[in-house]
Ligand binder design. Sequence first.
Ligand code: GLP
Length: 241
Amino acid sequence: MEIYVVDSYEALSTRAALIVAGQICAKADTVLGLATGSTPLGMYRELTEMHKKQKLDFSRVISFNLDEYLGLAPDNVQSYHYFMWENLFQHINIRPENTHIPDGLAADTDAACLQYEQALQRAGGVDLQILGIGRNGHIGFNEPSSRFTGPTHVVRLSEDTIKANARFFASVEEVPTHAITMGIKTIMQAKKILLLANGKEKAQAIKAAACGDIDPAVPASILQLHPDCIFLLDREAAQYL
Ligand code: GLP
């Protein structure tokens, strides 16, 4: 694992976007694994600028998002579908058919998870996976557990995560209790991983993930075993390292 610490959220966003842009320049049909949440928003803004001003070309890029809430339709403003279109996809020239996000309305969730994994394998696997991190150390929606998870699956969200994500909803009762997420196995199969974290509320999770035992109670700690993983942090998130 390589750890880079930058001065500000702006610097983190610019550096992250440059890494993504470099990947796309090296391989036009890159398969990107994408994350939602507040953390990657600055990176998505930078990538939008790079597309508009420097003609960064997403026309052959394929994307697979990490996760989606169960029970939310794609046009629900709280869904991760909506988030991705609002914050990135509508601003760049990615082809809609090349974007993939788990189906939050799937009637047969097991089948939906299997199809998602199969589509990912058909695309050749993720070249560069972007990750945020939950305050409890979750990645995607892989919550602290007694064992590391496998492929894409349905997960029950922890109380911590429901409370943390309630800030995006009108009330905590509105936060879905379940989600579909790429599993730890899916994430670990990515060829390269870029984890982003900013702010002091992520500092404990970063310390546990980067320096603690490899323990499913801190799902991100498994990243210590990935052969090509970067943690890109601001000073606050890195304060306990
Ligand atoms: C959600 C997402 C994660 C994300 C995490 C942190 O739970 N499922 O993929 O990393 O939130 O979000 P934020 O970046 O808003 O702190």
